[in-house]
Design a protein around this ligand. Sequence first.
Ligand code: RP5
Length: 164
Amino acid sequence: MTDKQKADVAVVMGSQSDWETMRHGVEILEELEVSYVAKIVSAHRTPDRLTVFAKGARDAGHRVIIAGAGGAAHLPGMIAAMTPLPVFGVPVQSAALSGQDSLLSIVQMPAGIPVGTLAIGKAGAKNAALLAAAVLALNDDDLAARLDAWRAAQSDSVAETPMD
Ligand code: RP5
């Protein structure tokens, strides 16, 4: 689902190179039938696009924003500064510092403008999607049931004994 008017979740990323990480979250949203739109919005290279997106996110109908970025990762914080919507930040694993730069850039927000920060990389992208779904499920019983089923299936997939 990519109809902007119906996209509960906006998944934005600073670069095409972030897609390899962020697509793992999008896969979860698709599994849970959560409407989303995916966009490249760079805090540094496309600041005007960032402003238009962030200031218009609520009016566009989005309810949760997932923002992934690497390196000097200002994207989630800048978005959070310009929208009242909940923003979940995904630190993308960078080449130079293995994502520790991304993590610290995203997590260490000054008091007053929150960004819910997830783990570095694929796990963070997946968990951001699950967290977004959990927020939306507060007001959506069908989604809550799908999320319960997803978690039950995950539990069922874990073997009790290790295999060679
Ligand atoms: C950030 O710079 C992006 O979020 C990306 O993780 C990082 C590197 O971008 P590219 O040079 O690969 O486009 O803005």
